[in-house]
Design a protein around this ligand. Structure first.
Ligand code: MV4
Length: 483
């Protein structure tokens, strides 16, 4: 294996900065790419070299040929895809290999396998991973879909085999609704993914969403780095992620670790990956999908394990063996990640981009902020609304929640709307504090949260009033003294 001395980052924003930081600590050179609207991006300045990709701002990060040719021009030994964009494109991973560029991620055939949610289930079931009852082949037509759904028993869920982010997914509770819901799911899948192969599964009511972080080198060492609880989601977008899960039965936890590592060992998996499970009210677990990329929420796992996942990915890609054994990995405390989105909670969380005119990040013990924002940064409207992640650590769950409240109340961003008021409401909610939540949590809570009240922190208001009175007194006094 050749030593990696220079990595091109085929991504933008906070994850590009995250990868640059990992490179710096490994004394590896970094190459940033940026679109026409990302010229002001902080990652462009922090990388050792940077190259523009002109044209459509979204296409820029999806153009396999341009990215490969830039990697060659920059003499990069490897490419890190981050998450999103080309990170789960088997075609891109293969193109890197074909051009003698190391792809920092899994093998192309594993990316292809897990890109098909239905084929993934068939493969995982074959190696003993529990999956939900459902179809192993694409549904041929509506009549067959209705027949299979009756066999399984309603409610069922229709899913797009090549879907993601909740698109092409419909819950069907009664046979009479099947036709309409099937057609809308298939149309949505065709529109967003260009594919309309659909499959059906038994629907699990209000599950918890628990995922296992896997890390594996090229020599059959497959380890897990614990679990993350990603149940707090809004419209299939994760809002808060937690490690470890605050209320997972210990037997279930150990079972998930064993199933996940055993499956990846059998598949000969390499690099990092995340295996997603649903856990129902009776603690039954079901594999639903696998992500063959580093995830947005990887920092919560890094904080409780002390392992830098991005650096280990680079070392694995250049052929290093993992330097630790499973029994040497310990988890300490709780970490909670709050995704900071430029969106307006008062306008149904619509993206609310613009310029950050003032900015004061939280800090202090147990606070980490992974972000590409800064005072004066103009957030482009072309991309996802996430502008950063606030991650806090506490020795126990209650301590982590208290730390989160303190950090979120400190967080000051002026000039754009963000979802920070929502996070402030959640960390004050008794069910959250008691760890009582599943994937239906925000459905029940959103309209109850008074996001206005949370926006202006009462204590802060009183303090500001007190300070301004003091200033008036001093001014008044000085005037008297001067005369
Ligand atoms: C499910 C499910 C219940 N039963 N599958 C799959 C993609 C992931 N983002 C969400 N997925 C789910 N798959 C079965 N058989 C529940 C979810 C799910 C979910 C579904 C609808 C609305 C919000 C959700 C949040 C988390 C998980």
């Amino acid at each position: 294996m050749k030593k990696i001395e220079k990595v091109l980052i085929a991504n933008r924003g906070e994850i590009a900065l995250r990868i640059i930081r990992a490179c710096k600590e490994l004394e590896v050179k970094s190459v940033a790419i940026f679109s026409e609207v990302d010229v002001e991006g902080i990652w462009v300045r922090k990388a050792d070299e940077c190259y523009p990709i002109l044209g459509n701002p979204v296409e820029a990060y999806l153009d396999i040929n341009k990215i490969i040719s830039l990697a060659k021009k920059a003499n990069a030994d490897a490419i890190h895809p981050g998450y999103g964009f080309l990170s789960e494109s088997a075609e891109f991973a293969q193109a890197c290999v074909d051009n003698d560029i190391i792809f920092i991620g899994p093998k192309a055939d594993h990316i292809a396998l897990f890109g098909d949610k239905m084929a993934s289930k068939v493969a995982m079931k074959a190696i003993g991973v529990p999956v939900l009852e459902g179809t192993d082949e694409p549904v041929a037509d509506i009549a067959e879909g209705e027949r299979i759904s009756k066999e399984i028993g309603f409610p069922v869920i229709i899913k797009a085999a090549f879907g993601g982010g909740g698109r092409g997914m419909r819950i069907v509770r009664q046979e009479k609704d099947f036709k309409e819901l099937y057609e809308s799911a298939a149309n949505e899948s065709k529109k967003y993914f260009g594919r309309d192969e659909m499959f059906i599964e038994k629907y699990v009511e209000n599950p918890r969403h628990i995922e296992i972080q896997i890390i594996a080198d090229k020599y059959g060492n497959v380890l897990h780095l614990g679990e993350r609880d990603c149940s707090i989601q809004r419209r299939h977008q994760k809002v808060i992620e937690i490690a470890p899960s605050p209320r997972l039965n210990e037997k279930v936890r150990l079972f998930l670790y064993e199933v996940a590592t055993d499956a990846m060992l059998k598949l000969g998996y390499e690099s990092v990956g995340t295996i997603e499970f649903l856990v129902d009210a009776e603690d039954n677990v079901y594999f639903i999908e696998m992500n063959t990329r580093v995830q947005v929420e990887h920092p919560v796992t890094e904080i409780i394990s002390g392992i830098d996942i991005i650096q280990r990915m680079i070392e694995i890609a250049e052929g290093d063996k993992l330097k630790f054994k499973q029994e040497e990995i310990t988890f300490r405390g709780y970490a909670i990640e709050f995704r900071i989105n430029a969106e307006d909670p008062k306008r149904k969380f619509m993206p609310a981009v613009g310029k950050i005119t003032n900015y004061m990040a939280p800090g202090g013990p147990g606070v980490r902020l992974d972000t590409s924002m800064y005072s004066g940064y103009k957030i482009p409207a072309n991309y996802d609304s996430m502008i950063g992640k606030l991650i806090v650590w506490g020795l126990d769950w209650k301590g982590a929640v208290k730390k989160a409240k303190r950090a979120l109340d400190e967080f000051f961003i002026e000039g754009i709307s963000t979802n920070i008021p929502l996070h402030r409401a959640i960390v004050r909610d008794l069910d959250f504090i008691d760890g009582k939540f599943d994937t239906s949590y925000l459905d029940h809570k959103l309209d109850k949260f008074n996001l206005d009240a949370i926006n202006n922190i009462e204590e802060e208001e009183q303090k500001m009033a007190q300070i301004s009175k003091l200033i008036d007194t001093i001014k008044h006094h000085n005037i008297n003294v001067r005369h």
